[in-house]
Design a protein around this ligand. Structure first.
Ligand SMILES: Nc1ncnc2c1ncn2[C@@H]1O[C@H](COP(=O)(O)OP(=O)(O)O)[C@@H](O)[C@H]1O
Ligand SMILES: N[C@@H](CC(=O)OP(=O)(O)O)C(=O)O
Length: 439
């Protein structure tokens, strides 16, 4: 039995958290490969080390001296070193980081140091082998994970090594320089290591007892989900359930390795199992709710558009030509709506609209901004009638106007668009109608 264990920043924020992590690792000899994040927030309002590093980069990039900022980061590590009586010294590391930031500031290099240094501390604390991600995890020409090369090189490095630390969040870009995943990407590293090592389970340790039906920052004390499928997880994490990075699923899924989300502060709780498929019935009609703010809906109206061959393609081409990906595309007989991310779209909106006019000669193009999308996800939904109706009635009761709705043909999810300001209220209303009243 081999386990790969990833600890998030909240699990490694200070010396006390390091001790908890050490106890968890030592309590199970199968926990062979450990993927740490950078130290996270120690208390409400604290700053993650990754954010401190990004600030140091910003200072250096504008030509100012990042020394003071870097020393504040060093102090955070030094406190852990002192309290745990570790033998490691980080003076040389910080001299090199400072030199590199002053000479040629690189955002990815700066951001990645949080994980690298934490990995060195952990290796020292646990007496594990340190494996450098920049020499073992690779990105391709398009900036995506190069799993073939990673499998070959990391596979060789792990062969015969029983206990190792592999820092999360970064690897080697196609140009040979340090490159990070997007924020929260240590979850992806953990998944990569689990896949390459052929682990039996990928344990992802965080600060909550599993994946919850809804974001605990919106719903007070939500119910935890005992079992989720990979597909449900993908829908929920893509739509903002930040407990796991949206791409973390892919490496383990290809090998059928289950993910177990666990709580460093309550290690005995079973947490959530994420599996390929399960005979376990979900506790409620829905498995989970997640969502994000900041979308725009572009609605194109034209009489008889349904009989105009190629109309949809031309509309989508207007977005593609401007480098904008779309999220959803609900349509009626004479209207079609394209939902896009506001931050991608806003600075190009007029170019897109004029191209739509040029290519399709519509009657009208309307843009609605400040939309939030909410995904209601569940493998149990397809066998239940009236799920969409219940959502509508719950939202109507809460006086929330539904701006858009899109039901995936897989019947695994229903996407609802509401005004940004109704986001939290809508999640509460949906949670109550499916979960609270059934407790
Ligand atoms: N559905 C959800 N279930 C559990 N946690 C969620 C959910 N949606 C959002 N979260 C948030 O995700 C956080 C854990 O993710 P993150 O902060 O990235 O942790 P870590 O530092 O361990 O990587 C939780 O503290 C919680 O606030
Ligand atoms: N430290 C990085 C990567 C990461 O995955 O962190 P965490 O495990 O704390 O979400 C970040 O803040 O984005």
């Amino acid at each position: 039995m081999k386990k790969v264990v990833k600890f998030g920043g909240s699990s490694l924020a200070d010396a006390r958290q390091f001790e908890k992590v050490g106890e968890i690792i030592k309590s199970d000899p199968n926990r062979s490969y450990v993927v740490p994040s950078a130290p996270g927030k120690r208390f409400e309002g604290d700053t993650k080390v990754t954010d401190m590093l990004l600030e140091a980069y910003r200072i250096a990039a504008e030509g100012s001296d990042p020394h003071r900022q870097l020393m504040a980061i060093k102090d955070r590590y030094q406190e852990i070193i002192d309290q745990l009586n570790l033998s490691i010294r980080l003076d040389e590391d910080f001299d090199q980081i400072e030199e590199s930031l002053k000479k040629e500031p690189s955002l990815d290099f700066a951001a990645s140091r949080g994980e690298q240094l934490n990995g060195k501390l952990m290796a020292n604390y646990l007496d594990y082998r340190f494996i450098e991600p920049a020499e073992n995890i690779f990105f391709d020409q398009d900036g995506f994970l190069d799993m073939n090369k990673t499998e070959r090189v990391l596979g060789k490095s792990l062969a015969g090594v029983e206990k190792a630390i592999i820092p999360g969040f970064y690897g080697c870009g196609f140009d040979g320089r340090v490159k990070t995943f997007s924020r929260g990407g240590s979850d992806v590293t953990g998944s990569v290591v689990a896949a390459v090592a052929g682990a039996d389970v990928y344990e992802n340790w965080t600060d909550v007892s599993g994946f919850m039906v809804a974001d605990p920052r919106i719903i007070h004390n939500p119910v935890s989900i005992d079992t989720l499928t990979y597909r449900e997880l993908r829908e929920l994490s893509y739509m903002g359930a930040s407990v796991l990075h949206e791409d973390a699923i892919f490496p383990v899924r290809s090998k059928g390795i289950p993910i177990n989300i666990k709580n460093t502060n309550a290690p005995d709780a079973e947490g959530t199992w994420i599996v390929e498929s399960t005979a376990r019935k979900p506790q409620f009609t829905i498995t989970g709710i997640a969502g994000k703010k900041g979308f725009c809906a572009v609605s194109i109206t034209k009489d008889l558009m349904n009989s105009e061959i190629g109309f949809g393609r031309k509309v989508l081409q207007s977005f593609e030509d401007n480098g904008i990906s779309f999220e959803h595309m609900p349509s009626g007989i004479d209207t079609m709506t394209i939902v896009v991310h506001e931050d991608e779209f806003l600075h190009k909106e007029q170019a897109v609209v004029s191209e739509i006019h040029r290519l399709t000669r519509p009657d009208q193009v309307e843009i609605e901004s400040d939309l939030a999308l909410i995904a209601v996800v569940g493998r149990g939904m397809k066998s239940m009638r009236g799920t969409a109706g219940r959502i509508f009635s719950a939202l109507a009761h809460a006086h929330i106007n539904v701006r858009m709705m899109d039901q995936g043909s897989s019947e695994l999810n229903i996407i609802i668009g509401v005004a940004n300001e109704d986001f939290e209220g809508a999640i509460k209303a949906i949670y109550d109608i499916f979960v609270t009243i059934n407790l």
